[in-house]
Design a protein around this ligand. Structure first.
Ligand code: Z5A
Length: 227
């Protein structure tokens, strides 16, 4: 299925910038440092007077956490389409029950550890459903709401493997896939960054935590200056 311009027409961002409230997501391949850098970013935002709320995907609501267990324990066993709808279903619940409500509060930054781009890449590209289908699944309320800004932490396969090894993560579904699969995912993220060039900012995440954190903060400061 070909991606058409029309598929982007329904997407919008929450109308909360006037209240200084922002919706931000972190994306990237496993080991990119999302959870690590996100914590530094959260601390920085607090020093700037923002209230900060963090959710991980899938998860973030009681239902979402149950779905997380259900999906992640069945990786590789579920039909790709079933999986795509399950991720979307947890996301819809999180948007309606938590994200929109938190964004109503002034000076609040809602940070997501993964969001729609993970579905575009893992289900759209990794599981071969196609990005067009994932966009279509997200074309209705509340799934048609996108973050104001997305930091895509960009690493290569070697860096990912090194970090996962150092962390001692047990071999799971993802680590048992071959290199071609992972290269597809990394390339998929770069395609997403081109598709949503205004929203998705690529951060070179191969450097030390401190340098990557500084890059994220500089990017955020540029974003605030430009809006
Ligand atoms: N998934 C999906 O398929 N579709 C969807 O729509 C969604 C998700 C939402 C969730 O996994 C899985 O669900 C995910 C995609 C799929 N699977 N994969 N892959 P998760 O939430 O359990 O795991 P993750 O998101 O992949 O997290 P991760 O592997 O922990 O990656 P990370 O958060 O980006 O990395 P980290 O934990 O911050 O860092 C990893 C290690 O590297 C750690 O030891 C750090 O200390 C170290 N690190 C981090 N940054 C650096 C730097 N800069 N230098 C050196 N070392 C570093």
């Amino acid at each position: 299925m070909q991606i058409t311009q029309k598929q982007f027409d329904n997407f919008q961002v929450p109308d909360t910038i006037k209240n200084k409230s922002f919706f931000v997501s972190f994306e990237g391949f496993e080991g990119a440092g999302k959870s690590t850098i996100l914590k530094y970013f959260m601390e920085y935002l607090k020093t700037q007077g923002f209230n900060v709320v963090v959710f991980r995907e899938p998860g973030g609501t009681e239902f979402g956490e149950k779905l997380r267990d259900a999906i992640l324990s069945q990786r590789g066993k579920l039909s790709a389409l079933a999986e795509a709808y399950l991720f979307a279903s947890a996301r819809a619940e999180l948007l309606e029950k938590m994200i929109f409500k938190k964004l109503e509060e002034p000076s609040t930054v809602v940070i997501l550890d993964r969001f729609i781009d993970s579905s575009l890449v893992y289900q759209g590209v990794g599981a071969n459903l196609g990005m067009s289908l994932i966009l279509e699944i997200h074309s209705h309320y509340p799934l048609n709401y996108l973050p104001h800004l997305t930091f895509l932490l960009d690493i290569d396969l070697e860096t990912s493997r090194d970090r996962m090894k150092k962390r001692g993560t047990s071999k799971d579904y993802f680590e048992l896939q071959d290199d071609e699969y992972f290269k597809k995912l990394i390339e998929g993220y770069r395609v997403v960054a081109q598709m949503f060039a205004n929203r998705v900012k690529i951060i070179d995440a191969k450097s030390s935590e401190v340098i990557v954190k500084d890059r994220v903060i500089e990017c955020w400061q540029r974003y605030l200056r430009d809006i």
